[in-house]
Design a protein. Structure first.
Length: 163
C-alpha cells in the first residue's frame, strides 16, 4: 500500500512525464515548420515515448489500489532560436526529469516502500539513457557545426536515431 506522500509524488511524476510529451510534440511542430523533418519525426516519436512513461506510472498507481490523478499540464514553449536551442532545452529538461526521478527514489526509500523503489529502477536506467542520447546529439552540433550543409547533416543524423 502506498503512503499519501508516495501517491502524491508519483502523480506529480505522471504529470511531469505528460508535460515532457507535450514539450517534445511542440518541438516537433517547430522542426517540421522549419523544414527539419528528421528532427521533427525523432521528437514526435520521443513525445510518444514520454507519454508511455506517464502511462506506466499511471498503471502502477492504480494497480496498488491508489488513484492516479491528472493535474493541469502546462503549455510548453514553442519558440526556439534554432535546432541547437531545441536540443539544449531538451537536454536541460531531461536533467530536470532525472532529478525528479531520483527524488522519487529517495521518497520510496524514506517511506520504506521497496516495491516502488524496485519499480522506479527502470526509470533511473531510462533517464541515464535519455541524458546520454541528448548529450550525444548536442555533441554532434559541436563536431558538425550548423554552417553550410551542417544543419542538413545534423538533421539527417537525428533522423537516423528514430527506431
Amino acid at each position: 500500500m502506498l503512503t499519501q506522500k508516495m501517491i502524491q509524488r508519483l502523480n506529480e511524476q505522471v504529470n511531469l512525464e505528460m508535460y515532457s510529451s507535450n514539450i517534445y510534440l511542440a518541438m516537433s511542430a517547430w522542426c517540421a515548420n522549419n523544414g527539419l523533418h528528421g528532427s521533427a519525426k525523432f521528437l514526435k516519436d520521443h513525445s510518444k515515448e514520454e507519454l508511455s512513461h506517464a502511462y506506466k506510472l499511471f498503471d502502477y498507481i492504480n494497480e496498488t489500489g491508489a488513484i492516479a490523478t491528472i493535474d493541469t499540464i502546462g503549455k510548453p514553449d514553442s519558440d526556439f532560436k534554432d535546432l541547437k536551442d531545441v536540443f539544449e532545452k531538451t537536454y536541460k529538461h531531461e536533467l530536470l526529469v532525472s532529478k525528479s526521478i531520483l527524488e522519487l527514489v529517495d521518497v520510496a526509500l524514506s517511506e520504506k516502500d521497496y516495491a516502488t523503489f524496485n519499480f522506479l529502477q527502470w526509470y533511473v536506467s531510462e533517464q541515464h539513457e535519455e541524458e546520454k542520447l541528448f548529450k550525444d546529439i548536442l555533441d554532434k552540433f559541436e563536431v558538425i557545426g550548423m554552417e553550410g550543409r551542417g544543419l542538413f547533416m545534423i538533421d539527417r543524423e537525428i533522423a537516423s536515431l528514430v527506431q
